[in-house]
Design a protein around this ligand. Structure first.
Ligand code: ATP
Ligand code: MG
Ligand code: MG
Length: 554
């Protein structure tokens, strides 16, 4: 029965434990390329690999696949480490593909000696042309049968930067008629006269993914190299390269593929995310609208909510699209349990309690979290002049409007029952003040008969003279279509949501003055909000993490 509860990856591992690997040999890795910040798709891969490490008590390496000096930077290495740690995982070793450049070079030299690799000196267009098509075989390069000596000499010169950049490549000698296009003498190295963020100018050649990745797995002793489905066709090449370097008795890694995470209303390619940053569509990689892990963190997502999301979607063998509202569901569920409740008014209108003595105030008890008794309570100020939300008042309304109208009663949260009496308007007919009366005996929690009286509707409010101001950033989805980059004919930039950020001034209960970056709250009746990393007591900034319920109605 246990088998049913295992996902297909775990089933593969169990099978391998019966045939190919000992339990103590199991080892995994998470292999990001440091060419951008990690996104929610990477979080799926992180949770998969590190989750397996925990389940099987096996090491998991963090391996930087840093083989392309053009796009890679130390900034990205640092950000990736921070994000993996923040998600709550610990890697066993921090590895770099660039640490294996010498070993990869030595193996390539051996392959040249064995007739398994050659230097091709044609322009890339000619090489591409000779590749053929999936239904027609390719043509051999005129350089395919170059002598071993000439190959060795040229390859050494490429490495040292003594040849013109781009004039030669090293190719594996496999089969130009293979049904698998990737097996038609794939390129192993290109010459690039570029400095690398770790190896400096030591290497003027850089290995390509297929050559570097499997060998890095092999060097580290990784048993299972999990990647996304686009790599299915690469598996044959992965195994071919491994055969060339494999020594009996060592662990032979297996590449296995799972479906990548696709999220609705989101793009996830690092290249496109970088474009949003570079074109200043968003403020930075960690803009709270970005699907990056750092963006989600700044938005108020918790590590637990992201891990739970990854666990729930699971691993599949077939591509699908996950609705972004599922991710929102998990942060809402987490914050409902943990976030202290507070009151804030984001679109204020003044409410004057005409029978409340002028100049007086009182402090009322307010429960911090009805879901968590241990969260205790706090005191909030009440006085004659308050702010409530504009949309919580209508002069006249039908019976379904359970908010404030003239002549009707509502309760002010944690405070008193009030009754709408009259309005003050300006010359344009806009309401500038709502006048009401209150029932002094109806204070919440006072135990009086009046306090138990049932009225339809409870409003949040703040005391006008005590309220503190804050910049409140109301975020919405960055794109307004489900699959912004599905149509290759169209630019995904066309589908940007022009209202993805709306900045307002909020009026908050005074205790929030002390709120620190990343602190999380529920603004009652409005949603979950956290304190932005740039916030300080003189200029408070709050981000809306998510509304209280799914406003997109899916
Ligand atoms: P991009 O194409 O956006 O640059 P990538 O796949 O090239 O992404 P890497 O840094 O190479 O980015 O990815 C590191 C690991 O994360 C790889 O094992 C990759 O398969 C995995 N990964 C990347 N995107 C996703 C995704 N959307 N869902 C699941 N795993 C992913
Ligand atoms: Mg990649
Ligand atoms: Mg990539």
């Amino acid at each position: 029965e246990e088998k049913k509860s295992l996902n297909f990856i775990e089933q593969l591992i169990e099978e391998d434990l019966r045939k190919d690997f000992k339990r103590e040999e199991l080892q995994f890795r998470f292999p990001p390329e440091p060419n951008g910040y990690l996104h929610i798709g990477h979080a799926k891969s992180i949770c998969l690999n590190f989750g397996l490490g925990l389940k099987y008590d096996a090491p998991v390496n963090l391996r930087f696949d840093d083989t392309n000096p053009i796009k890679e930077e130390q900034e990205y290495v640092d950000a990736i480490k921070e994000d993996v740690k923040w998600l709550g995982f610990e890697w066993s070793k921090e590895c770099y593909a660039s640490d294996y450049f010498q070993q990869l070079y030595n193996w390539s030299v051996e392959m040249i000696r064995n007739g398994d690799a050659y230097v091709d000196s044609q322009p890339s267009a000619a090489i591409a042309e000779q590749k053929g098509t999936p239904t027609t075989p390719g043509k051999n390069s005129p350089y395919r049968d170059r002598s071993i000596e000439e190959n060795l000499e040229l390859f050494r010169k490429m490495k040292d930067g003594e040849t013109t950049e781009g004039a030669h490549v090293l190719r594996a000698k496999i089969d130009m008629a293979s049904k698998n296009m990737l097996m038609r003498d794939p390129i192993m190295y290109r010459s690039l006269h570029k400095k690398h963020h770790r190896t400096g100018s030591d290497w003027m050649i850089y290995p390509l993914y297929d050559w570097a990745h499997g060998q890095s797995d092999y060097i580290e002793g990784v048993t299972h190299s999990f990647c996304t489905l686009e790599f299915v066709m690469h598996r044959e090449l992965y195994e071919w390269f491994l055969e060339k370097v494999y020594e009996a008795g060592r662990v032979k890694p297996k590449q296995r593929e799972f479906a990548r995470l696709n999220l609705s209303y989101t793009i996830m390619s690092k290249r496109k995310l970088a474009e949003l940053v570079n074109k200043k569509i968003v403020s930075s990689w960690d803009d709270p609208r970005m699907p990056t892990i750092s963006g989600l963190r700044r938005r108020g997502y918790t590590p637990a909510s992201i891990r739970k999301f990854a666990e729930t979607i699971g691993v599949a063998k077939r591509e699908n699209v996950i609705d972004v509202s599922l991710l929102e569901f998990f942060i809402r569920e987490d914050l409902n349990k943990t976030a202290p409740r507070v009151m804030a008014v984001l679109d204020p209108v003044k409410l004057v309690i005409t029978n409340y003595p002028e100049g007086e105030e009182e402090w009322l008890q307010a429960e911090n979290n009805p879901e968590d008794e241990s969260a205790g309570s706090r005191e909030i100020p009440f006085s004659r002049e308050l702010y409530i939300e504009k949309e919580d008042f209508k002069e006249e309304a039908n019976r379904k409007f359970f908010r404030l109208t003239l002549g009707k009663e509502v309760r002010l949260k944690n405070a008193f029952i009030i009754k709408g009496e009259s309005v003050v308007k300006n010359a344009d007919g806009e309401i500038t003040e709502i006048h009401c009366t209150y029932d002094p005996k109806s204070r919440s929690g006072s135990g009086t008969e009046e306090s138990m009286r049932k009225v339809k509707g409870t409003l949040h409010w703040v005391s006008a003279k005590h309220a503190i101001e804050a910049e409140v950033r109301l975020y919405d989805r960055l794109f307004n279509v489900e699959a912004p980059d599905a149509d290759k004919e169209k630019d995904y930039m066309e589908f940007l949501n022009p209202d993805s950020l709306n900045v307002v001034t909020g009026y908050l209960e005074p205790g929030l003055k002390e709120a620190k970056p990343l602190d999380l709250f529920q603004f009652q009746r409005l949603g979950y909000f956290n304190v932005d990393k740039d916030s300080n007591p003189d200029h408070l900034i709050f981000n809306r993490t998510v509304g209280l319920r799914d406003s997109w109605g899916s």
